[in-house]
Each structure stands twice: as C-alpha cells, then as structure tokens.
Write a protein that binds this ligand. Structure first.
Ligand SMILES: O=c1ccn([C@H]2C[C@H](O)[C@@H](COP(=O)(O)OP(=O)(O)OP(=O)(O)O)O2)c(=O)[nH]1
Length: 145
C-alpha cells in the first residue's frame, strides 16, 4: 500500500471503496441513489464520493464491462477525467449515463470503475508550416485483416 487519499462519502448507503481481491487494481464505484431511466434519457448518476487526489495525479472513470449488459446504459463521455482540482467538499464524482432501454439502477450497484494516473508531462505546442515526416495514410490504411 503506498499513499493515502482523503475521501468523503456522501451517503452511508454505499459500501466503502475496496479492491476486489487480487482481480484488478481498478476500483469499482457505486450508484449513490436509485435512478430510473427511460430509453433515450440522459442522467448524471451520483457516485457518492469526493476525493482529494494526490498532487500530480488524475483519476480515469470508465464503465465496467458488464454495465451495458446489466443496466442498458453507456457512459456519454466514454471516459470520465477527474481533475486534481476537483477536490472541493461538494465535488462529488458522477457517471454521465445514456439509457438505451428503460432501466433502474439501484443504490450501491457497481456501475463503473476508476484508477488514478500520473499527469502527463507538460509539453509546449509549437506551430510549424510542415512536419517533414512521411504520411502514415488515412484511417484504416493498414487494411482489415
Ligand atoms: O465522468 C465524469 C467527468 C467529470 N467529472 C467531474 C470531475 C472533473 O474534474 C469535472 C469536470 O470535468 P471535465 O473537465 O471533463 O468537464 P468539462 O465539461 O470540460 O467541464 P469544466 O469546464 O468544469 O472543466 O467533472 C465527473 O465527476 N465525472
């Protein structure tokens, strides 16, 4: 175990964060309230936590592989990025959900997972007229098989 992260839980009704015994170092997150959705609806599902990430880190939130099968929802931003600056007392994490069928997500359901990543190094972007490299080719240029 390296490092400690301050975490605030917004409800007693979700289980505390834990690693699922030796299976993965991604940590599952839970819905913090019951959410009913109709097909075609968008909702932000609260995840019931706020965190003070360590300096120099961000968190990445993605759906679980089984989330669509279980709940018929997809994450509208594909991957959620939790900035280090998102650390205020009311900066609750949320899962932006789009429902493809009528569905109910219950409180404490594990709907997504996250991990903490170091920031990329800071780069400077320098405008040039030419890149002087060989073109790689358009999308799919390496064929299908
Ligand atoms: O799936 C997500 C994505 C973001 N956030 C929180 C953490 C993040 O730090 C903040 C802002 O997210 P982002 O920068 O991706 O959104 P934006 O639309 O660019 O908003 P902003 O103008 O606040 O940066 O919202 C979540 O809780 N879940």
């Amino acid at each position: 175990m390296t490092g400690t992260i301050k975490i605030k839980y917004f409800t007693e009704e979700i289980e505390r964060l834990s690693y699922i015994g030796g299976k993965s170092d991604w940590i599952d997150l839970r819905a913090a309230k019951e959410v009913e959705m109709k097909a075609g609806e968008f909702k932000l599902i609260p995840l019931g936590i706020a965190m003070e990430l360590p300096a120099g880190y961000e968190a990445h939130v993605v759906p679980r592989s089984s989330t669509f099968k279980n709940y018929g929802i997809i994450q509208t931003n594909s991957m959620g990025i939790i900035d280090e600056t998102y650390c205020g007392d009311n900066d609750q994490w949320f899962f932006p959900a789009y429902a493809l069928r009528d569905t109910v997500i219950h409180i404490n359901d594990r709907i997504c997972q996250f991990r903490i990543m170091e920031h990329q190094p800071a780069f400077e972007f320098m405008a040039v007229d030419m890149l002087t490299n060989e073109d790689r080719g358009g999308h799919g240029s390496t064929g299908k098989q």
